[in-house]
Design a protein. Structure first.
Length: 110
């Protein structure tokens, strides 16, 4: 018999999670756009174009893996986003205190 630690998400918590998820994603994308614009202004060779392409491919792969919006993954996703500075614990206000505590604890150990 497998023990499940999956949390249930109320409609209110789903709304908070959706907003937090979107906020972090938009912050990271905005930062990526600024970085790419900066890099693009300094392109002077075909090698640099391919390096930018490789950078973008790697970032796309990373972002696709990081932003998993399945309820079963959100605790880990939010922990990672808080640890990386894309989200603050304050922006998760409205989630059950057990969820926020788990996110905070995982942020310290990830």
């Amino acid at each position: 018999m497998t023990k499940t630690t999956e949390f249930q998400w109320s409609p209110e918590e789903k709304a908070v999670a959706k907003l937090a998820f979107s906020t972090a994603y938009n912050r990271e994308i905005d930062t990526l756009v600024r970085v790419v614009r900066e890099q693009a202004t300094h392109l002077s060779s075909m090698d640099e174009i391919w390096q930018l392409h490789d950078f973008l491919s790697a970032r796309r792969h990373e972002l696709d893996g990081k932003y998993d919006d399945r309820e079963s993954a959100l605790i880990f996703v939010f922990s990672s986003l808080v640890k990386d500075g894309w989200l603050s614990l304050d922006e998760l206000a409205g989630l059950d205190s057990a969820k926020v505590s788990k996110i905070a604890a995982l942020t310290r150990i990830l």
